[in-house]
Design a binder for this molecule. Structure first.
Ligand SMILES: [Zn+2]
Length: 241
């Protein structure tokens, strides 16, 4: 009787809803698990898909599409594709002067006599070098820090190419340092740290104009904005005002 009473009462609806919630909550992970651990008919295919899906932004579906596309190519084409990455990993170098990615000990920018060797633009990573080069507004050299100071991520000044920058300024007769880091709190902290380190060396220290919105990553800025920011750079000490 009690059961019949519950089925007829308002609790019945609650129980029903709870049952369905429980059913779907338990069901979803099983479905996801089945999809993610779906085995293909070939372990070779499974391996290839697994390796591709390790890449950023590539899920298993996309990985499968890419692998199946590669399977349609000739053996020689796939070999060329694979060798490009193996060769890249084995032979890539970082410029001993600016730490940009390079095929040689000194990169093509640092070894180019037509560039202004007395002006150095300090950037976070090699993607920023590419972004600024694309603007075609800068003819100086670069210094790639390899990151920015970020205590939250455990990155301190000693993890970055800051000491090599100081050394470069003193030995290479550099007249101007342009700080072109992202306009985030970490970028500003790094700017200030480098400014303090370079201040005794009596050189011009500038920072890119804030055409770049506060909080923007440099690599996402459009070329015109970034180009103007380089051209309209300001004295670092004025950038606080
Ligand atoms: Zn270089």
């Amino acid at each position: 009787m009690a059961v019949i009473h519950l089925q007829k009462g308002p609790i019945n609806c609650e129980l029903l809803i709870l049952f369905f919630i429980d059913f779907f909550v338990n069901l979803q992970p099983i479905e996801k698990q089945e999809m993610s651990s779906h085995q293909f008919s070939s372990s070779l295919l499974e391996n290839a898909v697994h390796e591709f899906s390790k890449l950023p932004g590539i899920g298993r579906k996309t990985a499968l599409r890419l692998v199946l596309h590669l399977l349609k190519q000739s053996e020689q084409e796939v070999e060329i594709f694979g060798n490009a990455f193996i060769q890249l990993r084995k032979e890539i170098q970082y410029c001993q002067s600016c730490h940009n990615i390079s095929d040689t000990e000194i990169c093509h920018l640092c070894s180019n006599p037509a560039r202004d060797h007395q002006t150095v633009c300090v950037v976070e990573n090699i993607k920023d070098v590419m972004s600024i080069e694309n603007t075609q507004q800068f003819r100086g050299l670069y210094h790639v820090l390899g990151g920015i100071i970020s205590p939250m991520d455990g990155i301190g000044p000693s993890d970055l190419e800051i000491e090599s920058l100081i050394l470069r300024v003193t030995t290479d007769h550099i007249k101007e340092i342009i700080l072109a880091l992202s306009t985030t709190m970490e970028g500003d902290t790094t700017n200030f740290y480098i400014f303090r380190k370079l201040a005794p060396l009596n050189i011009k220290i500038t920072t890119i104009a804030r055409g770049i919105a506060i909080g923007d990553e440099l690599e996402y800025a459009d070329e015109i904005t970034l180009g103007r920011s380089i051209l309209n750079r300001v004295e670092f000490t004025n950038s606080f005002k």
